[in-house]
Design a binder for this molecule. Structure first.
Ligand code: SDX
Length: 429
């Protein structure tokens, strides 16, 4: 074994596998030649010990509760930047100059309208369809409307598709909400910033003027920043795997939306709020904490735990601060759900089971309360997560395509089924 190699011994034969170092974080053992040299696969179904790619976009230190986007701590980006600045950073790798920011904002703003035919596309859905089902369908359908930005080998077309996705997700999300509640669609306005435009498209009605509350717009913008990207999580890995086959960007993002919908992932904010509502009052919390600890009970405390963060999710701390700002602004300081949430957090942070298993509140724990206070129904919570995460998916998708080592993703398996056997005629079964 050399300084930068790991030795694997199989059937008495030892092979050296190169160890590669990144700029920060754990080294990796490059197992690309393992099967060729040993006839063996590795086995890691949840990818808990497997790096799928090299990346320069986001870095998480789960033990220290650190989240960096292109090296910048999430706390500083959430405090000093806005969402489109973070989008620029994730896409291009550097914070924009003033001129670059003005140009980027202009380009995104002037892509916010969707093809007018999309309005008729919505009418195919039932009004009570879950907005995430509508988003899966509509985003996947974008490739049927924007053929001129689906050639993934053309960097210009990739960037046009990237801007279109970032720009049009708020419009589509607002349309999904309006369709869900039976109100008319509201077109974007180019004189509003990204978050304000989204709030107006969701909550304005033709009957009266709508004035955006700047405190709520800032909170919405910060929520988008907190959800923008998060390394190789399940939905981002889905987007990369879909993209590795050469699928167009709209189809890849639709795949990411579908994966994010799951309650173990982006669906947790909706599930966490539903859980708080089910608990209902502080005196019922011990009953649910006991259920969460019971190995025979599938119940989990939604909004707690994380595959990577074994310390507090840094986003949850900022989300908690935003929650209090929004509730104070809206006069909901005494929201009963927040009272249950705060007591549940206190118990979880002191209870030995949660401490031992390192189950801290994650970003979804507070985001649901905030989004409910902003006026969104729980069915829209994961849509907002998908809206914000689109820039992360798109940045990771572009990085994957530009990676010279990129190949179609095609995992192997440990087969535990029947060995080869002969067909049995039905008369003999
Ligand atoms: C997101 O990957 C990302 O980065 C995701 C995300 C992003 O920005 O993209 O951060 C967004 O998805 C946040 C996570 C949202 N999900 C939830 O809040 C759902 C509830 N949390 C869990 O389902 C769970 O914690 C996961 C899915 C988040 C993590 O699952 P792991 O890493 O596979 O951990 P595990 O299921 O193996 O659990 C380890 C132990 C188990 O006990 P043992 O079998 O070891 O005895 O902890 C227990 C679990 O039973 N456990 C919980 C729990 N989560 C884990 N017990 C009670 N309540 C919980 N929430």
């Amino acid at each position: 074994m050399t300084e930068n190699s790991a030795v694997v011994t199989v059937d008495g034969k030892s092979v050296d596998l190169p160890v590669r170092s990144g700029s920060i974080g754990p080294d990796v053992v490059d197992i690309g030649s393992l099967y060729k040299q040993t006839g063996r696969f590795t086995y890691d179904p949840g990818f808990t010990s497997t790096a799928s790619c090299e990346s320069k976009i986001t870095y998480i230190d789960g033990d220290e509760g650190v989240l960096l986007h292109r090296g910048y701590p999430i706390e500083q980006l959430a405090e000093h930047g806005d969402f489109l600045e973070v989008c620029y950073l994730l896409l291009y790798g550097e914070l924009p100059t003033k001129a670059q920011k003005i140009d980027f904002d202009y380009r995104v703003t002037h892509h916010t309208m969707v093809h007018e035919q999309m309005s008729r596309f919505f009418t195919g859905f039932r009004r009570d369809a879950h907005p995430m089902a509508v988003m899966c369908g509509c985003v996947g359908a974008l490739s049927a409307f924007y053929h001129d930005s689906t050639d993934i080998t053309d960097p210009h077309q990739r960037m046009v598709a990237s801007l279109r996705m970032i720009a049009k997700m708020p419009t589509l999300a607002a349309m999904a909400y309006k369709y869900h509640i039976g109100q008319p669609f509201v077109y974007p306005k180019n004189d509003l910033d990204y978050a304000s435009n989204f709030l107006r498209m969701c909550f304005a009605v033709p009957c009266e003027d709508y004035v955006v509350n700047p405190v709520l717009a800032r909170a919405m913008d910060r929520i988008f920043i907190l959800h923008a990207d998060h390394e190789q999580n399940a939905s981002t890995s889905t987007v990369r795997l879909a993209g590795s086959s050469g699928a167009n960007p709209f189809a890849c993002i639709a795949a990411g939306i579908a994966c994010l919908w799951g309650p173990a992932h982006g669906g947790a904010n909706e599930a966490a709020l539903n859980m708080l509502a089910e608990i209902g009052s502080v005196d019922r919390i011990p009953e649910y904490v006991a259920k969460a600890k019971d190995k025979n009970d599938p119940f989990r405390l939604m909004g707690f735990g994380h595959r990577v963060y074994k310390n507090y999710d840094p986003r949850a701390k900022i989300m908690q601060k935003t929650t209090h700002e929004v509730l104070a602004e809206l006069g909901h300081k005494d929201d009963p759900l927040l009272e249950v949430a705060m007591e549940l957090e206190r118990i979880a942070l002191t209870d030995s089971y949660f401490i031992e298993k390192k189950l801290y509140p994650n970003i979804d724990f507070y985001s649901g309360i905030t989004l409910k206070a902003l006026g969104f129904p729980t069915t829209m919570f994961t849509v907002l997560f998908a809206l914000a995460r689109t820039v992360g998916w798109i940045a990771q998708w572009n990085e994957m395509i530009e990676d010279p080592e990129q190949r179609i993703g095609r995992p192997r398996q440990l087969y535990i089924g029947e060995p080869s056997r002969d067909y049995v005629p039905v008369s003999k079964r």
